[in-house]
Design a protein around this ligand. Structure first.
Ligand SMILES: Nc1ncnc2c1ncn2[C@@H]1O[C@H](COP(=O)(O)OP(=O)(O)OP(=O)(O)O)[C@@H](O)[C@H]1O
Length: 261
């Protein structure tokens, strides 16, 4: 039992990725505990999205390993990694605009059941899928929008739907790319609460530019600078870390303050 609980939900070992001659990810080691919420921050071009692409299987690493619940997933294809229990937020473009909120969620559930299912099995699963979709609808607080076409939702509601679809398959490790981008301050506040609720008990990784969001959401923050993890610690420790201040946070805070005037 203790062996199971101590196995990291996600582990990156000496992960490297080059595009042509340029090494973008330069030996990343990261160990994320089950149930932990991790925010990945860093300057533009630091390699945050590339890291997500390596974890979710969009890119194969040049070298190094990615382990999901102790099993190697590097080199596997995105749908295989998804079936293994890792789900990455689909961008809004992956929502079916002309389907209702409920139908979108049900598609997410059915998709996660896999192509290997025959049509008969598919029908047998439909009742379960309907129940699960209703449950998700409630979790993302869109009960009242059940039969509204996705294209008629507000932007924040579409992002909530996107998260509903991401968690539809019951994956234990969830990757969200800037979940609150483009939202107003009040929407952002509410949305952080929603993300916390729907990912309760799951392992969460977010790439985030908004410091308010990351400090409000994450148990630990990984600071990526120039393809390396400069710090991986609690929000308080990261905020107080002088190297992080120098390399990123100090200038970032100054920038955002400057932009506000
Ligand atoms: N497919 C690719 N081919 C070549 N270079 C790439 C590719 N994907 C990313 N890069 C390069 O890798 C570097 C890191 O990009 P990445 O998008 O991972 O950074 P990021 O930290 O997510 O940046 P941002 O915060 O601006 O989104 C950039 O210099 C980018 O140009």
């Amino acid at each position: 039992m203790s062996g199971t609980t101590s196995t990291p939900a996600l582990e990156l070992r000496e992960l490297r990725k080059s595009f042509g001659k340029t090494e973008i990810i330069r030996g990343v080691n990261l160990s994320v505990k089950a149930g932990e919420r991790v925010g990945i921050i860093g300057p533009n071009g630091a390699g945050k999205s590339t890291l997500f692409n390596l974890i979710s299987g969009r890119f194969a690493p040049t070298s190094g390993q990615v382990l999901l619940n102790g099993q190697r997933i590097d080199g596997k294809r995105p749908f295989e990694i998804n079936r293994a229990g890792l789900s990455r937020s689909f961008q809004i473009t992956n929502i079916f605009p002309k389907l209702s909120v409920f139908e979108n969620l049900r598609c997410g559930v059915l998709w996660s059941l896999g192509y290997r299912y025959t049509f008969l099995k598919f029908l047998a699963n439909l009742t379960d899928a309907n129940q699960r979709a209703e449950q998700l609808l409630h979790m993302i607080q869109l009960d009242r929008k059940r039969d509204v076409l996705a294209m008629n939702l507000t932007y924040a509601e579409q992002r909530a739907l996107e998260i509903g679809i991401t968690i539809a398959g019951g994956a234990n490790v969830i990757l969200l790319d800037e979940p609150t981008a483009g939202m107003s301050k009040s929407e952002t506040g509410r949305f952080i609460g929603l993300i916390k609720d729907v990912t309760e008990g799951k392992t969460l990784l977010t790439v985030e530019h908004d410091m308010g969001v990351v400090f409000g959401l994450a148990d630990r923050i990984a600071v990526v600078v120039y393809g390396e993890v400069l710090a991986f610690d609690t929000p308080e420790a990261v905020r107080a870390n002088e190297r992080v201040q120098e390399a990123y946070l100090g200038s970032h805070v100054a920038e955002t303050q400057g932009a506000g005037h």
